[in-house]
Design a protein. Sequence first.
Length: 148
Amino acid sequence: MSSSGVPGLPGPSVSPLDRAIDYYDDRVGLRESLEDDAARRRWDLGAVAVIHGLIGNGGLVGAIENCVETDVEYVTDGIVALRSLGLDQVADLVDRAFVEYRRMRPNSCSDDLSPADDALWEELDEAYWAVSDDVEHAISARASALPD
């Protein structure tokens, strides 16, 4: 039987980006333990794709909020991986949003925001959307450089 489950039909094609995301998901928080550059490049691509996808679903600060409540390593890994892809300004923005979120809501996501913090939340989200094309281009370039 083929991988599609239907005899004679090929299985679904898995892109280098999908494989990088799976690779990263199996190794969240473990970049420093990877022994070769190819593994780190694959991990970096996966980590950036994951954080970018989370931001696409909830905005920059909303994604950070979700990660703080569930798996903060997606944020910290994303920052490291953004730097590895040469996106230092984007990494600085995500890092700043992470620091600001922890200041805004030191106890939990139910902490009330001041009007100034609410405005800052929006400002940080808008700043990310202004550079999101750079992230998408870096993801595309790195994915095309990985072997099939």
